[in-house]
Write a protein that binds this ligand. Structure first.
Ligand code: ATP
Length: 277
């Protein structure tokens, strides 16, 4: 029996997430009979894997299919072809209730935390909800756990009874990250998670993600149109163009020797800067 079966611990060399041949076609227009009149292939035959503890950046211009890939991975959207393995389980085969149980493992952080965080909910509920759902945690134990999480993401732990509008943009993104962490995920998908922030807040949130990856051995899929941001954090980079993964490489190699013309075009729009990690 392999060692991982005895300990119950995942083999750390195995991929956390495998995306295999994902395709998504949207119907963008219907005729008078409600039948599809126009289709758009947003994602075509995309395959990649997220390895345990790595930060993988998926980059591409507007409309290249980045968010659709994220929605296919998390099964917010059903793919037309392909499968998604998370910790070895094929999520495309799961029924709704089984998927609900598995969802804990892969959490999303979105670009606009104000839109993704219910403005009428207090922090204790926003951040604590995943613990109640996934762990059936009693309310009375909630405060301490939420305080600890706030502390972990660098927010004042006495913010339990505040509302999202009482925080700055960068702080709201920390709240969104705390909420994602509350589910104790193996994987975080950060979809343009720092794009709306000013440069200094961006750097702080990126540093937070790097620290969380180190401390919690998190696997992170970092989605962005901004290759400049990616250079600071990514281990590997995949480049999406018109729904296709046209290039994939170690971050340094991609910056030093891009092979695809589309990657070179993206690189030309990146200001020259030093690495700071
Ligand atoms: N539900 C949908 N119905 C129809 N078309 C869609 C739908 N969702 C996305 N699309 C289209 O699919 C393509 C890819 O969209 P997607 O949002 O994945 O791109 P993106 O790379 O994340 O872009 P951006 O950076 O601008 O958010 C776009 O042309 C978009 O208009």
């Amino acid at each position: 029996m392999p060692e991982s079966d005895i300990s119950g611990v995942q083999d750390v060399t195995s991929p956390r997430v495998v995306a295999e041949n994902l395709t998504k076609v949207f119907v963008t227009k219907r005729n008078a009979f409600g039948l599809p009149a126009r289709r758009l292939t947003a994602v075509r035959g995309v395959s990649f894997e997220l390895r345990q503890g790595e930060i993988y950046a998926l980059v591409g211009g507007s409309g290249s299919g980045k968010s659709t890939v994220a929605r296919l991975l998390t099964r917010l959207e059903k793919s037309d072809t392909g499968r998604v393995l998370v910790n070895g389980t094929d999520w495309t085969l799961l029924r709704r209730s089984a998927l609900q149980k598995q969802r804990r493992a892969m959490q999303m952080v979105f670009q606009n935390p104000y839109a993704s965080l219910d403005p009428t909910s207090m922090v204790v509920h926003l951040v604590g909800e995943p613990m109640i759902i996934h762990e059936k945690l009693a309310r009375r134990d909630l405060d301490a756990r939420v305080r600890a999480l706030l502390d972990d993401v660098g927010l004042p732990s006495d913010s339990l009874h505040k509302y999202p509008h009482e925080f700055s943009g960068g702080q709201r993104q920390r709240l969104a990250i705390a909420r994602a962490l509350a589910a104790d995920p193996d994987v975080i998908i950060a979809d343009e998670a720092v794009s709306a922030l000013d440069v200094s807040s961006q750097a702080k949130v990126l540093n937070l993600l790097l620290r969380l990856r180190r401390e919690r051995s998190l696997t992170i899929l970092f989605i962005t149109h901004d290759l400049g941001v990616v250079r600071q954090v990514a281990d590997r980079i995949g480049v999406l163009s018109e729904g296709e993964l046209v290039e994939e490489a170690q971050a340094d190699a991609l910056f030093d020797e891009p092979t695809h013309e589309y990657t070179r075009t993206l690189l030309r729009s990146v200001p020259i800067m030093g690495r700071w990690r």
